[in-house]
Write a protein that binds this ligand. Structure first.
Ligand code: GLN
Length: 471
């Protein structure tokens, strides 16, 4: 509509702002919005279109998870610690979006510092699932997933350390894509587990996700782990075929923790894909069963180090305390929430002199083993298919109170972060009217073929892009 001039960028931006004002009080997706800046960006996009310089995202409003730096717009990581922190610069991905005429719509809610799987660990508010407001949208990118599902933004950015893009996408019935580690710059992403973190898009279709991925990826010298590779290309996405694909079903991802409704939806999707010519092979990747316990050494270890910078001196809030040590202690005691503190303590313990070998070093070995086992599996396979999350959206207050239960539901998504693989979740059906996410994983750097396969899968499955039942 924008390119055909059936609507102006300002009209589109205004329509989203109005919808957010009307509907977001129910869902709680957004933390910060600056309508003035939204309208100014829209006007700039319009002049780009008028000059005939429009790209695929020009004038398209995009929501950004609040752990990604936005110049001039508060970035809190949903933590009291960063209340009032306004970054002086844009994250690489945000700079890229703006450069292509996309309109940064606002900042979305998350679990504090992206630690969680339900968005209930936000210091500010609870986000609700557009399919059922009594339920969680998942997390930690729950605000982004719910915003896309509630059609408060056509697309959003999330971050994924152990599943935080793919799991909320699954629970909200939208698409969530985590690129190969290193394909998307982390410059300006507030670090959680630096060797695991990756930014990626949430959108209503695989094609939309691919267009955003194309816009935000590519080499960035500001991130030392950025790969010297071209941006992910969306060009070939529609030219794939399912016929002849060999896809693995990992036994360890179909264990007894799987909800019967989720199992039935995934099995039904597998049957449809079989009739389309996909050959499935049942395989075992034994290290997958060690994924959660290994992740909960490595991620907290890196977090304990990354979060040491929040001391009340440089960023965000500062508590009253006597002397330097007193100030740091009080700030960290008052600024961090319970889950973040527990991760810092677990991480510090795992890294401490007497326990380093027993925990951190062993976890790194398991991680290397996992990468090797996946590499071997991909030698004979185009992709791996699994549920993204073993359960559909759970009730708010139900799972997050049990620290083990909420962590165990990540066992299908964590391996991709451990091995650096690209992964995507798309909707494959419904269990008691709640969306079920199907995950596809591919070998590192196979992002384009993963998106192509996901696009073909989306086309083959009925209701893959069904919208949430809200006004
Ligand atoms: N749920 C996982 C955790 O709490 C993953 C979070 C994420 O990917 N950011 O650490």
């Amino acid at each position: 509509m924008l390119r055909a001039k059936e609507a102006s960028c300002s009209e589109v931006a205004e329509a989203y702002l109005e919808r957010i004002e009307a509907i977001d009080p129910t869902y709680g997706c957004f933390l910060a919005i600056d309508p003035e800046s939204v309208m100014a960006q829209a006007a700039k996009a319009q002049s780009q279109i008028d000059r005939g310089e429009a790209g695929p995202l020009t004038g398209v409003p995009i929501a950004v998870k609040d752990n990604i730096a936005t110049a001039g717009l508060e970035t809190t990581c949903a933590s009291k610690m960063l209340t009032g922190f306004v970054p002086p610069f844009d994250a690489f991905v945000v700079e890229r979006l703006r450069g292509q005429g996309a309109v940064v719509l606002g900042k979305t809610n998350l679990d504090e510092f992206a630690m969680g799987a339900s968005t209930e660990n936000s210091a500010f508010k609870v986000t609700r699932n557009p399919w059922d407001p009594a339920r969680s949208p998942g997390g930690s990118s729950g605000g982004s997933a719910a915003a896309v599902a509630a059609r408060l933004a056509p697309a959003a950015l999330g971050s994924d350390t152990g599943g935080s893009i793919r799991q909320p996408a699954a629970l909200c019935g939208v698409v969530g894509f985590k690129p190969t580690y290193g394909r998307c710059s982390r410059y300006g992403l507030v670090a959680f587990g630096s060797s695991l973190d990756q930014i990626g898009p949430l959108a209503r279709s695989v094609k939309d996700a691919a267009l955003v991925a194309e816009a935000i990826t590519g080499h960035d010298p500001q991130d030392g782990t950025s790969l010297d590779a071209l941006p992910i290309s969306a060009a070939e996405i529609e030219h794939g075929s399912l016929r002849g694909l060999k896809i693995g079903l990992v036994r360890e991802m179909f264990g007894e923790a799987l909800d019967p409704g989720v199992r039935e939806s995934i099995n039904a999707a597998v049957r449809v894909l079989e009739t389309e010519g996909v050959r499935f092979e049942r395989i075992s990747i034994p290290s997958v069963s060690l994924g959660v316990s290994t992740y909960y050494i490595i991620a907290p270890a890196e977090a304990s180090s990354n979060l040491a910078r929040f001391d009340g001196v440089r960023y965000g809030m500062r508590a009253k305390g006597s002397g330097h040590i007193g100030l740091v202690e009080r700030t960290r005691a008052e600024g961090f929430g319970h889950e973040v503190k527990s991760r810092i303590m677990i991480g510090s313990y795992a890294l401490s002199a007497g326990y380093y070998d027993a925990y951190y070093l062993r976890a790194q070995r398991v991680r290397a083993l996992m990468a090797r086992e996946f590499e071997q599996a991909f030698q004979g396979l185009d992709a791996i298919l699994s549920p993204a999350c073993p359960v559909p959206a759970f009730k708010i207050g139900e799972l997050n109170k049990d620290p083990l239960a909420i962590k165990q539901i990540d066992y299908c998504t964590i391996p991709a972060n451990m091995a650096g693989l690209p992964g995507i979740s798309l909707n494959c059906g419904f269990a008691e009217n709640l969306p079920v996410g199907l995950q596809l994983l591919a070998a590192p750097m196979r992002d384009e073929s993963l998106l192509q396969m996901a696009h073909s899968v989306e086309r083959a499955l009925p209701n893959a892009t069904r919208a949430a039942p809200i006004p």
